[in-house]
Design a protein around this ligand. Structure first.
Ligand code: F6P
Length: 360
């Protein structure tokens, strides 16, 4: 009997998804024999599972995709909180997903995704499906794993952005603020900020005081530096906003005509110092293109480990890097949790030791 393995990618894409898909497929074929494995690619995330959009993949589909960005399967966002809600279209999403799993005669389902994906994966696992998760996201905020694939590629891209901003900031004697993706967790901003030699790093886990940010800029001016670079996570907020619920915060920002804090910080710096400040938002470029060498290796390790779990019929887990060793965590133990940057994380301390301001 052929082992039928369903695979989907869900949530925001990132470099390394295809490398992981390839590793799972190659390792499954190698371990169980090509003739004993059938891989079914489910289109566009959980949407494909809900609407029964899937196709049987051939071994050749997995060739030449190690370096390819994005996902050959397509992806979509189906928020977890909507999974259990029957909306106007009258679709019972959970029922449909279970039916698709059954109609495709799957032995297991692999879900490559971030925090939202893991919540749905855990839901399907608790509904009796054989599920294995794989941790992807440029945000690096999945609980229980040292690192997610996609993260280090994004760190490399964001670092390159900061490098390029350095030369132009210096030429024009400007303050350059770079807004880096990461709504809840500041890992990407922290790593890229350090790798790119930013003078300020502002992340959601450490609410900032604008006076401290301005003081840091002034200190650089006084020491003869004609420019500064500040890396700001898209989800950053100040100490006053930290007292508010997210909804209230967003309402106040909407009234003020801003979405993220970056442009506000830039305006406040210019007002206080008279120095021209500019904002650069690389946005989705941080998620585009080929995975870095680090991510190709990580994706290959994770994919091969997932194949081992499949061969052993060890389901209900998500693959993880646990203290430097590839292993797995039960989905039920990590779903719904976020890995934030601890305020006293060693990298935060390292940055502070160099005089990088967090505005705290
Ligand atoms: O979760 C990855 C991520 O890139 C976040 O850093 C960012 O906040 C979000 O996705 C953007 O999502 P979308 O591409 O759906 O706008």
């Amino acid at each position: 009997m052929k082992r039928r393995i369903g695979i989907l990618t869900s949530g925001g894409d990132c470099p390394g998804l295809n490398a992981t898909i390839r590793a799972v497929a190659k390792a499954c074929y190698e371990k169980m024999g090509t003739e004993n494995v059938e891989i079914i690619g489910i289109s566009d995330g959980f949407g494909g599972l809900i609407n029964n959009e899937a196709k049987v993949m051939k071994p050749s589909d997995f060739s030449g995709i190690l370096t390819r960005g994005g996902t050959i399967l397509g992806t979509s966002r189906t928020p977890y909180k909507k999974m259990l809600v029957i909306e106007d279209d009258n679709v019972d999403k959970v029922k449909n997903m279970k039916e698709t799993y059954k109609s495709l005669k799957l032995d297991c389902l692999l879900t490559l995704g971030g925090n939202g994906t893991h919540k749905t994966a855990n839901l399907l696992s608790s509904e009796g499906l054989n599920v294995i998760g794989l941790p992807k996201t440029i945000d690096n905020d999945i609980f229980g794993t040292d690192v997610t694939f996609g993260f280090h590629s994004a760190v490399d891209i964001a670092t390159d952005v900061i490098d390029r901003l350095h030369t132009t900031a210096c030429s024009h004697s400007r303050i350059m603020l770079v807004e880096i993706m990461g709504n809840k967790a500041g890992w990407l901003t922290l790593y890229a900020g350090i790798a790119g030699g930013a003078d300020g790093i502002i992340i959601p886990e450490i609410p900032y005081d604008i006076d401290k940010v301005i003081a840091a800029v002034r200190k650089r001016v006084e020491s003869g530096k004609n420019f500064s670079i500040i890396a700001v996570a898209e989800g950053a907020f100040d100490k006053e906003e930290a007292e508010l619920k997210k909804k209230e915060r967003m309402k106040i920002r909407k009234e003020a005509g801003i979405i993220t804090a970056t442009s506000r910080i830039a305006a406040q710096i210019t007002e206080a110092t008279g120095i021209e400040s500019r904002v650069c938002v690389p946005g989705h470029m941080l998620r585009g293109g080929s995975p870095s060498a680090y991510d190709r290796v990580l994706a290959t390790k994770f994919g091969a480990y997932a194949a081992k779990l499949i061969a052993e019929e060890d389901y209900g887990n998500t693959v993880a890097m646990i203290n430097g060793i590839v292993g797995a965590n039960p989905l039920s133990e990590i779903a719904g949790k976020t890995k934030f940057v601890p305020e006293n994380h060693q990298l935060v301390q390292t940055a502070k030791a160099l005089g990088i301001s967090f505005g705290d």
